[in-house]
Design a protein around this ligand. Structure first.
Ligand code: TK8
Length: 338
C-alpha cells in the first residue's frame, strides 16, 4: 500500500503541476538587464555592431531582455571584462580573441601571422567546425563564445618611418596586444614589442611611450590614431577576429528561449558588423589620407621576407595549440571558397 501510494505520488509529481512548471520555466523570458562591454568608441564598427545586437534582442524578447552597451572600455580593458564574465559580475562582451590566449591557449591559432589571405577564408574557417571547436574550449574556463565578428586585417602605423622593407621595423617601439604570439611576431620582425591594453593605447602614442601600433583601418579611423601617428603602412600581417562572449555562470541560468534569442541576435549582429566593417574599410584609406597620414604599401617581395622572418612565431603557435589543430585550420583554409 505504501509502495503504491509512493508510486502514485511520484507519477502525479512528475506528470502533474511540477512537469508543467518546468516546461513553462524553460520557455520563459524574464525581464533582465544585460551589461554588454566593448573597447572601441561608440562611433565605430564595434559600437554599431553592439547596437544592432541590443536592438535585435529587444525586438525578439518584446523588450524584456534589455542589453545595455558600455563602449570605449568603460567597463575596463578586455582582460578585466573577461574576468568579470567568468566571475558573473558582467553578462556579455565583445573583444579580441588575442587577449584570451592566457585563458584558452587554443585562441592563439587566430594570432598566426599571415594565416588568412582574405576575409572570405576567415569567415569560412571561423564560422565552421574548427572555429566552433576553439570557441567551445572557453566553456571550461567559465565563458561562452557565441560568434566571431570581424576586427580585420591589421596594418602598421608609427611615427619613426614608413615601413618599406623588413629592416624598417628595426628598433621601433610597437604596442602589441597582450598575446604571446603578437609579442613574438614583432620581436622576430625586429621591432621593440610593448604589450599594452587597448584602452591605454591612444595616450601611449600621444605621450610617445610607444612609437607605433597595428590595427585595421577602421580602428585607426574610429580611434583617431591619425591625430598621433604619421605613417601608415599597409602590411595586412594578420587577420584579427573579435569574439562575442557571455558569462557561463549567467548563461547557464537562462531559459532555452532566452538563449535562443541571444544566439539569433548575435548572428544578426555578426553579419551586420562584417558588412559594415568591409564597407567602411574600403573608404577608410582615403579618409586617413585626408586626415594627413602618409600611406605606403609593402611590396609582395618584402611581405614574403616578413613572412619568413615571422616563421619562429608560427612555430610557437604550433607548439602552443598543437599540430593537429594547426593542421585542421590549414585544411579548412584549403576548402574555403576562393
Ligand atoms: C578593442 C581591442 C582592439 C584590438 C587591439 O577592445 O587591442 O588592438 O584590435 O580591437 O580588442
Amino acid at each position: 500500500m505504501k509502495r503504491f501510494l509512493f508510486a502514485t505520488l511520484a507519477t502525479a509529481v512528475l506528470c502533474g503541476p511540477l512537469a508543467t512548471l518546468t516546461t513553462q520555466a524553460a520557455d520563459d523570458i524574464r525581464p533582465r538587464m544585460i551589461r554588454f562591454g566593448y573597447g572601441l568608441n561608440e562611433d565605430s564598427n564595434q559600437g554599431r555592431g553592439a547596437k544592432v545586437f541590443a536592438e535585435e534582442v529587444a525586438k525578439a524578447s518584446g523588450g524584456k531582455l534589455k542589453v545595455r552597451t558600455f563602449g570605449a572600455g568603460s567597463l575596463g580593458p578586455d582582460a578585466q571584462m573577461q574576468n568579470a564574465l567568468i566571475g558573473g559580475a558582467q553578462e556579455m562582451m565583445v573583444g579580441s580573441t588575442a587577449t584570451l590566449v592566457g585563458i584558452t591557449k587554443e585562441m592563439a591559432i587566430w594570432d598566426t601571422p599571415f594565416l588568412f589571405s582574405n576575409a572570405k577564408q576567415a569567415d569560412y574557417v571561423l564560422d565552421g567546425p574548427v572555429g566552433q571547436q576553439v570557441m567551445d574550449k572557453l566553456q571550461e574556463k567559465g565563458l561562452v563564445g557565441l560568434v566571431y565578428w570581424e576586427n580585420g586585417f591589421r596594418n602598421m602605423t608609427n611615427n619613426v618611418r614608413p615601413i618599406n622593407k623588413l629592416e624598417d621595423f628595426s628598433g621601433i617601439k610597437v604596442r602589441v596586444m597582450q598575446s604571446p604570439v603578437f609579442m613574438d611576431t614583432f620581436k622576430q620582425l625586429g621591432a621593440n614589442a610593448v604589450p599594452l591594453p587597448f584602452s591605454e593605447l591612444f595616450t601611449g602614442l600621444e605621450t610617445k611611450a610607444v612609437d607605433g601600433q597595428e590595427n585595421p583601418f577602421n580602428t585607426i579611423l574610429s580611434s583617431k590614431f591619425y591625430e598621433v601617428q604619421k605613417y601608415l603602412t599597409v602590411t595586412n600581417h594578420v587577420y584579427s577576429p573579435w569574439i562575442m562572449m557571455a558569462s557561463k555562470r549567467w548563461w547557464d541560468g537562462l531559459s532555452k528561449t532566452e538563449q535562443d534569442i541571444l544566439m539569433a541576435a548575435a548572428r544578426k549582429a555578426r553579419d551586420a558588423e562584417r558588412l559594415d566593417t568591409r564597407a567602411e574599410g574600403e573608404k577608410a584609406l582615403e579618409e586617413l589620407k585626408a586626415h594627413g597620414m602618409q600611406i605606403n604599401q609593402v611590396s609582395a617581395e618584402e611581405t614574403q621576407r616578413m613572412r619568413e622572418k615571422a616563421q619562429p612565431a608560427i612555430q610557437s603557435v604550433i607548439d602552443t595549440v598543437g599540430k593537429p589543430l594547426f593542421d585542421q585550420v590549414q585544411a579548412e583554409i584549403q576548402k574555403a571558397p576562393q
